[in-house]
Write a protein that binds this ligand. Sequence first.
Ligand code: HEC
Ligand code: HEC
Ligand code: HEC
Ligand code: HEC
Length: 322
Amino acid sequence: MGKWGELARTGFVATCVAIGAATAACAPAVAQGPIVARAEYAPKAHAPGPMDHVRPTKMGPALAAAGLDVRSLPPIEQLSPAQKQKVMRTFTESLGVPCVGCHAEEQFPADTRRKRIAKRMYNEMVRALVLRDGAPVYCDSCHDGTMYMLDRRDTAKVTRHMSEALVGQLARVDGRAHDCSTCHGEPPDYHMLTTWKQTTAPDIVPIDTPASAMVLSPPLPPSGPRIPADCGPHSEDCPLQRIMRSEVSIATASDDGPALAAVLERVARASPDAVWTWETISRAGATAAQRGDLGEAKKSCGACHALYRPTWRASHRTRAVP
Ligand code: HEC
Ligand code: HEC
Ligand code: HEC
Ligand code: HEC
């Protein structure tokens, strides 16, 4: 399989989640025993971040000095030690942390939570995304010199930022539709960094793949209209998407059972076709949310998305929600 096929199959969180991590390359992040050590460096209290737009990377030249093309980076585990060393400098500069922001002191090969996240950000986000005009994206594009950019005090604001910047400005290099699920998976995990911290990051390709087979020139996505069609910067043209992105995801991310129950009740009434099981699925989610069983409630997300989202997007997208 072509390496972009490989990436498309395994490199995205969404795909890994969707296919149940069935492939070797996407292998379950089996924890390799206890974490050997954790990074010593303690960042300042998570100050509210700027939540700025995504910028074209400035790290192109630094990566070129390591013989790397920012548009076509091999998986991090495939870099030579000399290349890794140069890439590490781009990490410290992009995130504004010292080496021990991620590594255990004097134990660089030791597994740490931050290394797990950094590896996945590199393999599954940086390699997978570009700006919509094709400009390459790297750590600094989002981080811009700081580890934390989100302003977590206001989940509604975070969600708008996700919608406008992290979805609105970006595209997937494999040309598939880029949406919340590229990063959050399906059904969505709004706390995936916590999930990532608990599991070792999967390698993207088998370790014996020759380096010559690793470097890819991704076909850039066309800069024309999005597929599925644009809903406007605040999803104003697609009522259900707006409710899903704001109300449903906020209630889910904040484990707010009553709010989730209320909005899923509303979603239940939006079924465009009486023979669909849509209403039953959504109502079951609402009932579970009402009794505080968020795990059960979340099953409705994946169930409805798998069954009805493609048809909804194709035929009912602009439909008003009662
Ligand atoms: C943002 C987090 C981050 C920062 C900051 C960082 N590293 Fe790393 N480093 C990683 C990750 C992730 C890997 C593992 C790559 C892999 O899985 O192959 C790694 C690997 C390494 C390795 C090779 C050992 C190994 O696990 O493959 C060395 C040596 C290293 N880093 C040194 C440094 C030095 C020196 C600095 C400071 C200039 C630094 N790192 C800064 C995340 C970081
Ligand atoms: C498309 C945007 C984007 C890109 C590109 C990106 N990140 Fe991130 N990263 C985020 C967001 C959003 C967070 C959460 C920040 C917060 O909590 O304020 C995050 C968090 C992190 C954290 C976790 C900090 C913690 O302990 O909670 C690390 C480490 C990290 N990123 C490393 C990297 C590295 C290394 C790269 C480049 C290989 C990278 N990121 C590229 C968006 C991005
Ligand atoms: C480019 C990657 C990316 C995309 C695309 C993305 N997000 Fe996120 N999102 C993140 C990261 C990283 C975090 C931090 C996760 C964590 O803390 O574990 C996050 C966190 C969140 C949170 C939790 C905020 C909190 O503090 O509790 C919500 C809600 C959220 N995203 C909604 C969305 C929605 C809705 C979409 C689609 C419009 C979306 N995201 C698209 C990367 C992304
Ligand atoms: C009964 C059906 C149904 C249920 C239940 C449901 N959704 Fe949705 N959801 C949809 C449909 C249909 C869309 C597509 C809307 C569009 O693209 O216009 C969607 C879209 C989304 C989106 C936007 C994706 C994107 O990137 O554009 C998010 C986020 C989302 N849903 C989250 C959730 C979560 C979280 C749950 C569970 C707590 C959930 N949904 C439950 C039908 C449902």
